[in-house]
Design a protein around this ligand. Sequence first.
Ligand code: C2G
Length: 132
Amino acid sequence: MKKVITYGTYDLLHEGHINLLKRARALGDYLIVGLSTDEFNALKHKEAFLPYAQRKIVLESIKYVDEVIPEENWEQKISDIKNNEVDVFVMGDDWNGKFDELKEFCEVVYLPRTPIISTTRLKEDIVNKVKK
Ligand code: C2G
């Protein structure tokens, strides 16, 4: 079984997230998502609109996702890859090159981001709509 792993906040799920998960899953037979905890998001200077528990429920309902584990720090990727016998690490190419050190442990694939859409933009659009 070829196992794939990817990481992210996956807040306010949108097409860009789904496109990434779909393509990541297609690279193997089993997809694990390391979902950023609220505490780790604080380290990323990122505040999710939805708490971890809700983001986890949403991710686990997606047909491309086989397992969700907590992402609590930057350093856990190597142990996650080893402990889960991961063959492929995938991220969107906004992270291009940032995780090349993982090439020692598995294949590293950066996939083109879906243009335009982002959680930040969604939040801005919602605020602007409500103001009208
Ligand atoms: N993504 C994408 N296209 C978009 C938006 C996001 O392909 N329009 C991808 C990102 O490249 C990432 C994944 O969807 O691979 C999740 O995006 P985020 O939730 O924004 O993840 P991020 O905050 O970048 O966290 O250790 C890695 C970090 O946890 C990544």
